[in-house]
Write a protein that binds this ligand. Structure first.
Ligand code: C5P
Length: 230
């Protein structure tokens, strides 16, 4: 099994995003465009980045009624977009509508579900009225997203094994919350190193600031890519 690197280019400065993308384009398999960059620069930024080589993960985390999400999914796919996502908490009907809409486009793009946001701890879940331990929620929502025809999930590195057990080997596991031993944790809490997450069985590691905010981003990306291959 190979584990791939996805660099999250979170920022609101187009030149900075494009500069960083150029610096790491030969090292990373994926670039992630999230809400911050997309709400500022939209499809035009996607077009600019798609010319650089790495596949694109359009991380817009759709969560709405099934009809609206289906339309958004149809509008998101394209030859340059390898991955898109929805929130599993949008429910089975929404996930099925998203999967059906994707199928209809005939695109190769993979659709994954965000399980439990890594920023929600048990206290926060409880305030939302959810009393299950997060690992159980992740297991159940990952299973549901598989039943609904999705290709994988976004989950914390701590839940990689739980998802693998519930959903099998061919289910895509994409994980943020990755920090090399030499990088600051920032606001990520339940972190693992790239090598640990690879050993747990992640398919794609999403890493942002340890690379993009490093003094030497290219070197940081190389160091992480070596650790993942190691
Ligand atoms: O800079 P850092 O490595 O923390 O970036 C992680 C990326 O993964 C960010 O783009 C963030 O939006 C995303 N993400 C996350 N936790 C989730 C889902 C996505 O950190 N549960």
């Amino acid at each position: 099994m190979t584990t791939e690197l996805c660099v999250a280019l979170d920022g609101s400065d187009r030149d900075w995003i494009l500069r960083r993308a150029e610096e790491i384009a030969e090292i990373t398999q994926w670039i992630k465009i999230g809400l911050e960059a997309f709400t500022a620069f939209g499809p035009e930024l996607v077009r600019q980045l798609s010319a650089m080589g790495p596949r694109l993960f359009l991380d817009l985390k759709f969560h709405d009624i099934p009809n609206t999400v289906a339309g958004a999914v149809s509008n998101s796919v394209g030859p340059e977009i390898g991955l898109i996502n929805v929130h599993a908490s949008g429910g089975a009907a929404m996930m099925r509508a998203a999967a059906d809409a994707l199928k209809e486009t005939g695109a190769e793009t993979k659709l994954i579900a965000v399980t439990v946001l890594t920023s929600l701890d048990e206290g926060e879940l409880s305030r939302l009225g959810i009393e299950f331990p997060s690992a159980e929620l992740v297991r159940s929502w990952a299973g549901l997203s598989r039943e609904c025809g999705l290709h994988g999930v976004v989950t914390s590195p701590k839940e990689i094994r739980v998802v693998r057990e519930a959903c099998g080997e061919d289910f895509l596991i994409v994980t943020p919350g990755i920090r090399p031993t030499w990088a600051a944790e920032n606001d990520q809490r339940r972190v693992m190193t790239p090598a640990e997450a690879r050993r747990e069985g992640a398919d794609i590691l999403v890493i942002g600031r340890p690379i993009t905010r490093a003094a030497q981003p290219r070197e940081a990306a190389l160091r992480i890519a070596e650790e993942i291959c190691g």
